[in-house]
Ligand binder design. Structure first.
Ligand code: FPP
Length: 239
């Protein structure tokens, strides 16, 4: 249940950037940075209930990330498999409900089975809703949604006159989630890189210099507190 007195963000989305640079600064391969980045996730998830964040959505792998070297892509896929089998089960014990968004078609079937199992295993949890975007791109998501919507129209299940701003999101991967209130991107880049394009139309943004493996509880808490002090008007005027 949401607390009406709570002024912080209910849903925070994070673009976890800077793992590669973090590793390079230490003279280590990029995958070393991704492993350090994966370890950070638990601390951020476990902070959520203390500061009233009910939904956390994190960008783990984009539809564009396939362009990285074969070694890096294979290393990331292996990290995801390991993460789901080990780390995420600890998150489950903490009361985290895990969901995945993105196109599963291009992912290894073994990885997809692990994702399905974890979603099922955590489906009764309610303490934090963690959504992991894996092979996710905002434009790809809207295109897939539009295809399914068109199929429903073609099959006579949907009247084109009923297609509006309320209808389309029902076809998005995020259909069960509220829109993000706050989007954070680490590592100094001020771009959204195809993340939650439709859903973040009215989100606040924080672009911070910290590299993802260094992003810790105190900074996350401060950013969420900062959000509580802002006034959101959704295109309207001050009441
Ligand atoms: C961006 O850093 C990060 C990624 C493409 C991968 C994100 C993955 C993790 C944080 C670890 C795994 C997460 C889970 C949920 C298991 P970058 O490589 O673009 O860094 P750079 O901009 O410094 O090169």
């Amino acid at each position: 249940m949401s607390n009406p007195a709570h002024t912080g963000p209910r849903h925070v989305a994070i673009i976890m950037d800077g793992n590669g640079r973090w590793a390079t600064q230490r003279g280590r391969p990029r995958l070393f940075g991704h492993h350090a980045g994966a370890r950070r996730v638990r601390e951020i998830v476990e902070t959520c209930p203390d500061i009233g964040v009910e939904y956390l959505t994190i960008f783990a792998f984009s539809t564009e990330n396939w362009k990285r070297t074969q070694v890096e892509v294979a290393g990331l896929m292996s990290l995801f498999r390991r993460y789901i089998t080990k780390e995420a089960r600890a998150l489950s014990a903490f009361g985290v409900r895990v969901r995945f968004i993105g196109d599963r078609v291009r992912l290894d079937p073994k990885l997809v089975s692990l994702m399905d199992e974890l979603e099922l295993l955590t489906s009764e949890n309610t303490k934090v809703h963690l959504t992991i975007a894996l092979n996710y791109g905002g434009r790809d998501e809207v295109a897939r949604a539009t295809k399914r919507l068109a199929e429903d129209v073609a099959a006579g299940r949907l009247d084109p006159d009923d297609v509006d701003e309320e209808t389309l999101p029902k076809y998005l991967d995020t259909y069960v989630l509220p829109d993000p209130d706050l989007v954070i991107r680490t590592s100094g880049e001020a771009r959204i890189s195809n993340f939650l394009l439709w859903q973040s139309a009215y989100a606040e943004y924080e672009f911070i210099d910290t590299l993802w493996p260094d992003f810790a509880r105190a900074e996350f808490t401060a950013l969420c507190a900062n959000y509580g002090g802002r006034e959101r008007r959704f295109g309207g005027v001050k009441a």
